[in-house]
Design a protein around this ligand. Sequence first.
Ligand code: AMP
Ligand code: MG
Length: 330
Amino acid sequence: MICLGIEGTAHTIGVGIVEDVDEKCKVLANVIKMYQPKEGGIHPREAANHHANFIANLVIDAIKKANIDKKEIDLIAFSKGPGLGPCLRTAATAARALSLTLDKPIVGVNHCVAHIEIGRGTTGCEDPVLLYVSGANTQTIAFAEGKYRVFGETLDIGIGNMLDKFGRIIGLEFPCGPKIEKLAEKGDKYIDLPYSIKGMDVAFSGLLTAAEKTVRDKKHRIEDICYSIQETAFAALAEITERAMAHTEKNEVLLGGGVTCNKRLREMVKTMAKERKARFYVPRNDLCVDNGAMIAWNGILMYKSGIKMNIKETTIDQRYRTDMVDVKWR
Ligand code: AMP
Ligand code: MG
């Protein structure tokens, strides 16, 4: 079975084509375009306009890269939520148009669950705790009693948003995470910053405010501030992930989301896993960031488990939580 998936929850519009080969996920194509605001954060309508401009060409490009005929596509999947309304609607509209013109079934996918499933489908892990760290989302997620449940999450802003906001303060361009990572590599002096963990949850706005103040005070190098932000925030993430693993008694940890590209975060979580004698998994980078292949793969799992949607049911849900999905395929 071959599925074309469209991702469009926030800044990225992506089209992925995957094939189910003996229950294994084979990615045939995975192309994305990322909206980059000229200044400030993501403007939902402008991001949606960006997606509308690029989606048709991305579909053509993906089909070409997959080296298939469009008639070979068996299923269309799209990101139903959570995300920004205008962006979600643009992706869903494109998916409906494709489903109707190709006369193929369509399913709406939960974006967060898709991050887990692409990890399970491509890295060999089976029953992990996922540390999902992206722009807007920061959660630890694991499977229990028929659903993916959120064990810990941010109580205020997502880790990526925190990095992007801090980056903007020091004059970096979006996305700032990779640029902060480069600066942090040149830092070595740890500056004390607030470390907020509440139970299994984290919070980052206090850390952001304190880091901003440190910049204004001009007593420290930017490199050392970036280093300290990473050390503090990532240690908190490793800690809540470990707590979720201990609580669920799972011995696999999987990373997902754009911030997963960060080498220091990987190293910290890997060390934690090693100390617990647990296995550590991370998908390749193009499958960690928001992408269409993960939506396509989750679409296949849903469809094969008997989930069908008619066009009227292909609505979007800006607040589609991870634990609202009935995971019939497990
Ligand atoms: P996503 O929403 O999953 O596509 O991820 C986008 C977020 O990942 C943005 O906030 C980026 O700043 C962040 N990001 C991407 N690469 C890195 C990196 N190497 N280190 C830290 N954050 C990153
Ligand atoms: Mg994401």
